[in-house]
Design a protein around this ligand. Structure first.
Ligand SMILES: NC(=O)c1ccc[n+]([C@@H]2O[C@H](COP(=O)([O-])OP(=O)(O)OC[C@H]3O[C@@H](n4cnc5c(N)ncnc54)[C@H](OP(=O)(O)O)[C@@H]3O)[C@@H](O)[C@H]2O)c1
Length: 261
């Protein structure tokens, strides 16, 4: 790896799409910071040349430590992939809250990426890209009940978290336009055979390899501008044309930030 190699930080790199993206970038001689929940999960990636960082993203304290660790490790991030997420979970799962009292999908899938984007802003510069893993399986369930206290079910909590990722994508793309930092969202495919799909009890379909390829293609693009939503098998579309949320988006992000305090 050369001293000027581009740097990627990929969360949730212990398996599935995250491992695939890390491996593809390592093969291209990138410097890869691979985030995993615990160090054991990162052994293979470390052996392949990745710098492994461990943190449980459901914990605000551990997310803050991860941000400090990244800042000590690199002065620049060319690509940040907010990939880690909880899926539906097992069919009999019930509502869970983190040690900080936050509904767990909201904490891991939304608040951790928000904290990472805010905390790592200084490392993202001209030409950097952020890729937020989203889904076409998304729906804002109740913006006055982001923790879904009134109507929690596993599908609603996942769908809401993915809708919020589209909101974050638009808001940060707009904020960071002057810095020439691109922020995009991606739906890598439907029910790809990864841990979150297998544990949920739904029948997997589609090709994980193809999903990884779609993500890696995006990481290698150099086309900052409007926030785009890249959906497997379809042409990318502008998020503000598909789900225009720019005005209320800032208000929603402010609400989310309150939950990080
Ligand atoms: N597979 C699909 O069909 C599909 C479709 C649309 C979007 N996506 C999105 O693609 C992304 C990657 O998912 P995947 O399909 O590749 O599934 P995956 O292999 O299960 O990846 C999810 C990763 O997130 C990590 N994670 C979950 N909770 C965490 C926590 N509290 N702290 C740290 N890490 C945590 C998991 O680590 P552990 O192994 O330790 O739990 C795992 O490595 C997700 O954002 C998902 O929503 C996937």
């Amino acid at each position: 790896m050369s001293a000027g190699a581009p740097v990627a930080l990929i969360t949730g790199a212990a398996g599935g799409l995250g491992t695939g993206m890390c491996e593809a970038l390592l093969k291209r001689d990138w410097r890869v910071l691979a985030h995993v929940r615990n160090v054991e999960q990162g052994r293979q990636l470390a052996a392949a040349g990745a710098h492994v960082l461990a943190a449980d993203l459901s914990s605000r304290t551990q997310v803050r430590s991860l941000i400090s660790h990244v800042r000590r490790t690199t002065a620049r991030i060319d690509v940040l992939v907010n990939n880690a997420a909880l899926g539906y979970g097992a069919p009999d799962i019930t509502r869970q809250v983190t040690e900080d009292g936050i509904e767990s999908r909201l904490a891991v899938n939304v608040l951790a990426p928000l904290a990472l984007m805010e905390g790592l802003k200084g490392l993202l510069g001209n030409g950097s890209r952020v890729l937020n893993m989203a889904s076409t399986n998304q729906e804002l369930v109740d913006v006055d009940d982001l923790q879904l206290i009134r109507c929690w079910n596993r599908e609603a909590s996942y769908r809401q978290s993915k809708a919020l990722m589209l909101v974050l994508t638009q808001v940060f793309a707009e904020r960071w336009k002057p810095l020439n930092v691109a922020v995009n969202a991606i739906h890598p495919g439907t029910r790809l055979p990864t841990k979150i799909v297998l544990e949920s009890g739904v029948e997997p379909m589609g090709s994980l390899e193809r999903g990884i390829e779609i993500c890696v293609d995006q990481l290698l693009q150099s086309d900052p501008g409007k926030a785009m939503f890249v959906r497997a098998g379809e042409l990318p579309v502008r998020l503000d044309e598909l789900y225009p949320v720019t005005e209320e988006g800032e208000a929603l992000v402010a609400k989310l930030k309150d939950l990080l305090a």
